[in-house]
Design a protein around this ligand. Structure first.
Ligand code: GLU
Length: 510
């Protein structure tokens, strides 16, 4: 019988979740949903030295913001918990013992100083079959001495006994079969008595097994660990249920080779974290996608395409479409350039698709930030204003610069435009325009435009000059949406008021 697909995202709470980690979580989620399986969130906190307070909450909040749903985890619960490794010490102790009893692992008593001395003495020293005999461990020392050391509570580590001369096969669903020689592997530390905790390798394998994980989907940086993991499954006798491996391509710098780093983000001005991160030690704040004005849907769509494609040119896909199309067949082996400008384009695209009423709600806090009370305007007014300018924006915050004039009258006028468009006879023409506007029975765009244009033609005025002066008076600069759409929304009274103010305030410098 086919096993139910069960995948896990297994971050270590050592700092803010990086955007590459978010992509790993997303691919796990898409794959789980695609196959009607389960998505597990496991917190790998066995490295107490690197633990950072707040990091676990940050992970949860990031995934929730992006809509990456978790089926089993610390918060969600589930039948295979605890889902936090620091709460699974008893389990690991048992499995470490199992390997020792089976002769697949051994105690090593070498102190850090002794190891240091050895490394200084032997170039490229590796703790393995060729060197372990000269070290202080339960394979080299007499059984009596080992017992004495253990009874005395001497600190030790447990090392995995790697047999040399083996070909180790890793089957990766993106990379195919990768074969390496076991000789290049060292006898990895699996457990440290000093913290009574296993290392990443042991905890990771034991948990994947006990949590019935079917696919290990993670970043390429874990590929070098995979042969060791294969050997661990074998040593435990779990090879039959070993998960499939999927190592995702690296995220690369936007402008060149090498791994994407936080410094690239600082240098080029884009976030590398999903949410703003306040470093508890340094107090430094790092930018987040959420606080920078990205929609979660846009971030998800953008990330999904960094290393995967649907098999055609489709770019804009909501989460349901991504789930439906996702497979490892179209994942690339080579790194994906972090084209952050494309991220902006996705945000733009999702903002355009959003109903104006929804966009207007997102705009209200921005209005408040700029000292305008949204309550002073009807929802319909805000909605229509936003609808008229939204094609120009990538972020909600940019609505302010584009729609400001709908809410506050100009307090200054673009000097260049004044110079070009406001001549000595302009005030008189604008007075005349006020007369035309006040006579209009219908102030709608469709009704007012032909009347005003007719008047300009009839008088033989210069169309561009009159219309630009009109715009300058109402908007404050010669930019913005269609003029008669603006005045329709503002209404006759406000339009005339602004024309009068401009006539009074604009003075052409001689
Ligand atoms: N704890 C590892 C990490 O921080 C997990 C790697 C894996 O998925 O096996 O990414």
């Amino acid at each position: 019988m086919e096993r139910e697909v069960r995948v896990r995202f297994a971050p270590s709470p050592t700092g803010p979740l990086h955007i590459g980690g978010v992509r790993t979580a997303l691919y796990n989620y898409l794959f789980a949903r695609r196959h009607g399986g389960k998505m597990i969130l496991r917190i790998e906190d066995t490295d107490s030295q690197r633990f950072v307070p707040g990091a676990e909450d940050y992970i949860n909040e990031s995934l929730a913001w992006l809509g990456i749903g978790i089926d089993e985890g610390v918060r969600e619960g589930g039948d295979y918990g605890p889902y936090k490794q620091s709460e699974r010490r008893d389990i690991y102790r048992r499995y470490v013992q199992q390997l020792i009893d089976a002769g697949r692992a051994y105690y090593a008593f070498d102190t850090p100083a002794e190891l240091e001395a050895k490394r200084a003495e032997v170039a490229n020293f590796q703790y393995d079959a060729s060197t372990r005999g000269s070290m202080r461990n339960s394979l080299s020392l007499p059984a009596e001495e080992v017992k004495t050391l253990l009874d005395a509570g001497t600190p030790y580590v447990v090392r995995f006994k790697i047999e040399p001369g083996r070909d180790v096969e890793v089957n990766d669903l993106i990379r195919g079969k990768v074969v390496i020689k076991s000789d290049i592997l060292d006898d990895k530390v699996l457990y440290k008595s000093a913290d009574d905790l296993p290392t990443y390798h042991l905890a990771n394998i034991v948990d994947d097994h006990l949590m019935l994980i079917t696919h290990v989907i993670r970043g390429e940086e874990w590929l070098p660990s995979a042969p060791l993991h294969v050997l661990l499954y074998e040593a435990f006798g779990w090879s039959d249920t070993m998960p499939s491996f999927v190592h995702l391509p690296l995220l690369l710098k936007p402008d060149g080779k090498g791994k994407l780093s936080k410094r690239d983000g600082d240098r080029l001005g884009f976030p590398v974290f999903p949410l703003e991160w306040h470093d508890p030690k340094s107090g430094n704040i790092s930018a987040g996608y959420r606080e920078s004005g990205y929609l979660p849907e846009a971030v998800v769509n953008f990330l999904a395409l960094l290393g995967w494609n649907p098999g055609d040119d489709t770019e804009v896909m909501d989460i349901d479409t991504l789930i439906q199309k996702f497979s490892f067949d179209h994942c690339s082996k080579s790194g994906a350039k972090f084209a952050y400008e494309k991220g902006k384009w996705f945000n733009h695209t999702y903002l355009q698709a959003m109903p104006d009423a929804e966009l207007a709600e997102l705009f209200k806090p921005v209005m408040r930030q700029h000292g305008v009370n949204p309550e002073d305007f009807s929802d319909e007014y805000i909605r229509r204003a936003v609808g008229m300018v939204k094609s120009r924006i990538n972020f909600v915050s940019e609505l302010w610069d584009n729609a400001r004039f709908f809410f506050v009258e100009p307090d200054c006028y673009d000097p260049k435009a004044v110079k070009k468009r406001w001549s000595e006879d302009t005030p008189a023409i604008m007075e005349e325009l006020i007369g035309v506007l006040e006579q209009l029975p219908d102030f709608s765009s469709a009704a007012s435009e032909p009347v005003v244009l007719g008047w300009i033609a009839e008088k033989g005025y210069h169309l561009g000059n009159v219309m630009n002066a009109f715009r300058l008076a109402v908007v404050g600069e010669c930019k913005g949406p269609h003029m008669f759409d603006i005045t329709e929304l503002m209404g006759c009274e406000e339009t005339v008021k602004r024309l009068r103010k401009a006539i009074k305030d604009i003075h052409q410098e001689a």
